[in-house]
Design a binder for this molecule. Structure first.
Ligand SMILES: [Mn+2]
Length: 243
């Protein structure tokens, strides 16, 4: 399937005036890989570029990625890693001891975060819709409606991997006997979903969703999906970060 998509891509040109939705998988601070991937795609003025979240942490240049996304008018949805930094900073405002702890990398990010970076992070939405395509970081339970998310449901959208046989969220490590990857049972009621969060060696194609986190920060690939619509898209990849 993937080979077919890549072959199909060889003659993939953007005709003038056409709008393409370009979605990037989890970048995790891998600035050069993002630049190289965009060099291959050559986004046009009409294209809309959106990241699936987890643009920062783990990689070598999180602040550089934020700066680059802002400079190039690239949007993102919120990932669990951006959310963690934002929640940590909210706790810092209070006089009580911060209940959250950060690793060294996260501490460095917080230290170097300028006001404009913070504003960008605060502006990230939980989901992004473009026609019948929806972008979220983690995933969606069938009964959940994106336009009416509770605080608790937002956390699940950022983190969802597996659901039980009732279609309910299972926390990481809590997978029971009869569980499914959410996208394998997703009914499409909130559009065709492009997501990240659970990385895989290859893009994962589901009936009503596609997963594009291919573990760039773990040395695999950074993936972009270039979409004209949910039936007409191609996958473009860049080698991941090698230590
Ligand atoms: Mn994630």
């Amino acid at each position: 399937m993937l080979n077919y998509l890549i072959k199909k891509c060889k003659n993939y040109f953007c005709t003038p005036g056409e709008v393409r939705l370009i979605v990037y998988g989890d970048i995790h601070g891998c600035l050069n890989e993002l630049k190289n991937l965009r060099e291959k795609i050559k986004p046009g003025n009409n294209d809309i570029e959106v990241c699936v979240g987890d643009i920062i942490t783990k990689g070598y240049d999180s602040i550089g990625v934020l700066e680059y996304l802002m400079e190039n008018n690239i949007k993102s949805v919120l990932g669990n890693h951006e959310d963690k930094i934002l929640r940590y900073l909210e706790h810092e405002k209070s006089k009580k001891k911060n209940p959250m702890t950060l690793d060294e990398d996260e501490k460095r990010i917080v230290k170097n975060l300028k006001k404009r970076h913070l504003n960008y992070l605060k502006s990230l939405p939980v989901f992004f819709r473009h026609g019948d395509i929806t972008i979220v970081h983690g995933g969606l339970e069938n009964r959940v409606k994106l336009d009416n998310l509770s605080k608790h449901e937002i956390q699940k959208v950022l983190r969802l991997r597996y659901v039980d046989d009732n279609g309910d969220f299972l926390a990481k490590g809590k997978e029971k006997k009869n569980y499914s990857f959410w996208a394998d049972v997703y009914d499409g009621n909130e559009g065709f979903i492009v997501h990240g969060h659970r990385w895989n060696k290859t893009v994962t194609i589901h009936p009503q969703a596609i997963g594009i986190d291919t573990g760039c920060v773990y040395g695999n690939y950074l993936t972009a999906i270039v979409m004209k619509n949910k039936h007409d898209y191609c996958i473009i990849q860049q080698n991941g970060y090698k230590k």
